[in-house]
Structures are given as structure tokens and as C-alpha cells.
Design a protein around this ligand. Structure first.
Ligand SMILES: Nc1ncnc2c1ncn2[C@@H]1O[C@H](COP(=O)(O)OP(=O)(O)O)[C@@H](O)[C@H]1O
Ligand SMILES: Cc1cn([C@H]2C[C@H](O)[C@@H](COP(=O)(O)O)O2)c(=O)[nH]c1=O
Ligand SMILES: [Zn+2]
Length: 190
């Protein structure tokens, strides 16, 4: 395979997929913004996407819990990322857990065209179950970074997002009033 000229040319273009995952408040969005701002400093053409459903802080910005932000385009399907992101050198995607299951294929297509794709999202939902396209994205990525919040109960490294309100639906937007980051021990203590 590596001797095949078509693939050699694609590798030379430098496309790749990076995933930033973890619980809520773990710094996923901050890390995404940090990488994208460095790309901007390097004068690279960047484009950021988020799901239209995530309306928490701003309609057209990716905003961290610390109020750090960067302009973004809200889209309702991953295919739109392929349409609008194909001419960029770097594509950022936030809240990837809310996207459809075609997102990994979209990221592969962009990376094969030479685009550096950086995806951030929750790896687990409030029940500790893998969230949406995140497991598949982690499987196809060159690089996966798992970040941790501080457990609100004990100060340890938090990997779970504990839901404080009664609601069994997987999709429920919210902040500190509805979720808190917890470590393995404190999450299972309930
Ligand atoms: N329990 C916590 N652990 C770590 N950071 C927290 C916590 N509560 C609030 N924060 C704030 O959240 C910021 C991270 O926000 P953000 O990047 O939006 O996280 P994520 O995208 O993973 O939800 C931290 O820099 C910190 O200011
Ligand atoms: C655990 C969990 C979270 N959500 C929602 C809550 C927030 O609106 C986002 C996560 O945002 P963050 O940038 O990672 O803080 O997801 C949900 O819908 N379902 C869940 O199980
Ligand atoms: Zn804890």
C-alpha cells in the first residue's frame, strides 16, 4: 500500500485527524481554540464548525466555559462540513458527539485531501456510555488527546459528566446547573 503512488501523494499533503475528548469542563474547547489560534498565527486558512443544535452560548461562536471564543459556522449535518471545509488547511469541529454517524467518513475525506482536522467532543454521555460518532472518530484518528476536569467532589481527575437533574434523554444541553465533572470513584458513589 505505501508503495502506491496515489497514497504517497496524499501523505505528502499532510492531512490528518486529531481528536480531543473528555468530560464536560475538561478543557476540550479551550484546547481546540488553542490549536486553531496557533494555526491562524501560522497564517493557515481555518474553518470551524459546530452542530446547529448547540445554542448554549452563541449562535455562531465556539465558546469555552472560560469565555474564550472563536468564530464558527453552525451546520445541521456533517456533509455540510465537506462542502464548506474542503478549501481550508485546518478544519475544527466542536461538540462532535452531537453530529450524525457520517462525521468520521467526512473527516477521513478531508484528511485524505490534505486537511488537518481537529475534532473535540464528549467521549461519554451522562450514563458513561460512548457518545455518538466519538468512538469511531477516535479509532480513525492519528492522534487522540484525553483531557480531564477536576472532580467537584474530591479534586481528582474527572472523566465522567454526572447529570444532576432527572432526565433520561441522551441529548440535554446544560451547564453547571445540570452537570458536574466527577472522577471514577465519586461518579459511582452517586
Ligand atoms: N471542575 C472543573 N474542572 C476543570 N475546569 C473547570 C471546572 N469547572 C469550571 N472549569 C472551567 O472550565 C474551563 C474549561 O472549559 P471548556 O474548554 O469549555 O471545557 P469543555 O469544552 O471540556 O467542556 C476551565 O479552564 C475552567 O476555567
Ligand atoms: C454528558 C452529557 C452532556 N450533554 C450536553 C451538555 C452540554 O450542553 C454539552 C457538552 O458541552 P461541553 O462543551 O463538553 O461542556 O453536551 C448531553 O446532551 N448529554 C450528556 O449525556
Ligand atoms: Zn472524585
Amino acid at each position: 500500500m505505501l508503495n502506491d503512488d496515489r497514497f504517497k501523494r496524499r501523505f505528502d499533503l499532510g492531512g490528518s485527524v486529531e481528536v480531543i475528548c473528555g468530560s464536560m469542563f475538561s478543557g476540550k474547547t479551550e484546547e481546540l481554540i488553542r490549536r486553531l489560534k496557533r494555526a491562524q498565527i501560522a497564517k493557515q486558512q481555518i474553518e470551524i464548525f459546530k452542530p446547529k443544535t448547540d445554542t448554549r452560548y452563541d449562535e455562531t461562536a465556539v465558546v469555552s466555559h472560560d469565555a474564550n471564543f472563536i468564530h464558527s459556522t453552525p451546520v445541521d449535518h456533517s456533509s455540510a462540513i465537506l462542502l464548506y471545509g474542503g478549501n481550508s488547511q485546518v478544519v475544527g469541529i466542536d461538540e462532535a458527539q452531537f453530529f450524525d454517524l457520517e462525521l468520521p467518513e467526512v473527516c477521513i475525506k478531508l484528511a485524505n485531501k490534505g486537511v488537518r482536522v481537529i475534532v473535540a467532543g464528549l467521549d461519554m454521555d451522562f450514563e458513561g456510555k460512548p457518545f455518538g460518532p466519538m468512538p469511531a472518530l477516535m479509532a480513525i484518528a492519528e492522534d487522540v488527546t484525553k483531557v480531564h476536569a477536576v472532580c467537584v467532589k474530591c479534586g481528582g481527575p474527572a472523566l465522567y459528566s454526572y447529570r444532576l437533574v432527572q432526565n433520561n434523554k441522551q441529548f440535554m444541553l446544560g451547564e453547571k446547573e445540570s452537570y458536574e465533572p466527577r472522577c471514577r470513584f465519586c461518579y459511582h458513589q452517586q
